[in-house]
Ligand binder design. Structure first.
Ligand code: AVI
Length: 354
């Protein structure tokens, strides 16, 4: 498998067209991307500097964290992945009928397991499909490329190893395109982050192109809290892993046994909040950047939020960001929704590029 190191936006686009001429799965990687260790070090030092202490949840997904997240998706309490997959299985053909033979770009592809339903529906109607998984985890992408190419030899797979936004400049080249952002990953953004993300995505897409968005819906707090406190303790290991990653990459030597995972549903904010609670004081050095941090016994560090959605609120929000709703797919219990959205020709005072 070839790996291309591209630098600025224009180069990643050029590398993409070179990659699309070759055979076999390819990986495109913007070389201008921040060094992941420096990026983590800077973010962790800033986030731990003062209360409320926090770590950015995107750093949960190193190679180990991605494996743990895959294990979370298989836990009996974690209904999100299974429910979304069942909605996709039931509606992939309908989605293909609505979008036509678009290229598919999947943001945060991970192992890309759910994509099978889409690729199968595409290949039932056309001889080939171009699939562009985007992920920060190279390990996850390599696994996805290998397994998809083996299962769907007619799929052309070009993986993009980058943050989501770094892949946005490719979108105008890929039109007609269906962007998928599944698993309710958008719920890990704050409301403000979600708005900026959607605006940036809409600005990079051509009018008429599609977005398939997975959203976990508001439901009983007991169901939600169980999903983030699985009995087998995999989510706890996932939370601890961000500190294990600090030990591995930043030499912090934190006693992982002193960390307890706490996931609670805040009904008034309609979000799960995940904290790492310290049962013993920890003083450690982050190197880089060589800064000492003390976390007292009883203090906690916020590692994630997971927002839950109401369709009547989120659809108008998405509309203001440039996305009109084509169709909403859901399950019998109305626990999860898949929204097929379409980039509007004009929105929020902006007229669309074509
Ligand atoms: C990736 N994301 C949608 C998961 C969620 O449900 O918010 C991350 C997760 N964290 C703990 N469990 C799952």
């Amino acid at each position: 498998m070839d790996t291309f190191f591209a630098s600025p936006e224009a180069q990643i686009c050029r590398q993409l067209s070179e990659a699309s001429r070759g055979r076999g799965p390819r990986i495109v990687r913007p070389s201008a991307a921040a060094d992941p260790v420096q990026d983590f070090a800077r973010s962790a030092a800033a986030g731990l500097a003062s209360p409320p202490r926090r770590l950015e949840s995107r750093f949960l997904y190193d190679a180990q964290g991605s494996i743990l997240f895959e294990q979370i998706t298989a836990q009996p309490e974690y209904y999100l992945t299974r429910t979304e997959a069942s909605i996709l299985a039931a509606n992939a053909a309908r989605i293909r009928a609505l979008t036509g033979p678009a290229n598919i770009m999947e943001l945060g592809a991970g192992s890309a397991a759910k994509t099978d339903h889409l690729l199968r529906a595409w290949l039932e109607r056309s001889k080939a499909v171009c699939y562009f998984p985007v992920d920060v985890s190279l390990t996850a992408l390599l696994g996805a490329c290998k397994s998809i190419s083996a299962r769907f030899p007619a799929a052309r797979v070009i993986a993009v190893n980058s943050e989501y936004a770094e892949a946005f400049p490719l979108l105008s080249q890929l039109s007609p395109v269906l962007v998928t952002f599944l698993g309710s990953s958008i719920g890990n953004f704050s409301r403000l982050e979600m708005t900026s993300f959607c605006l940036a995505l809409a600005a990079s897409m051509r009018p008429g192109d599609f977005l398939l968005l997975g959203l976990d819906l508001v439901k009983r707090s007991s169901v939600l809290e169980a999903a983030y406190n699985d009995r087998a303790g995999v989510t706890e290991r996932f939370t601890r892993n961000i500190f294990a990653r600090m030990n591995r990459e930043l030499g912090s030597a934190i006693d992982l046994e002193s960390i307890e995972h706490a996931a609670r549903y805040r009904a008034e904010l309609e979000q799960i909040e995940i904290d790492a609670c310290f049962t013993k004081q920890q003083t450690f050095l982050l190197q880089p950047p060589g800064r000492a941090v003390t976390i007292a016994e009883g203090e906690s560090v916020r590692t994630e939020i997971s927002r839950k959605f109401r369709l009547e609120q989120v659809i108008p929000e998405l509309n203001r960001c440039g996305f009109g709703t084509e169709q909403v797919f859901s399950d019998e219990r109305r626990w999860f929704a898949l929204l097929l959205l379409r980039r509007l020709p004009s929105y929020g005072g902006r007229s669309g590029r074509s």
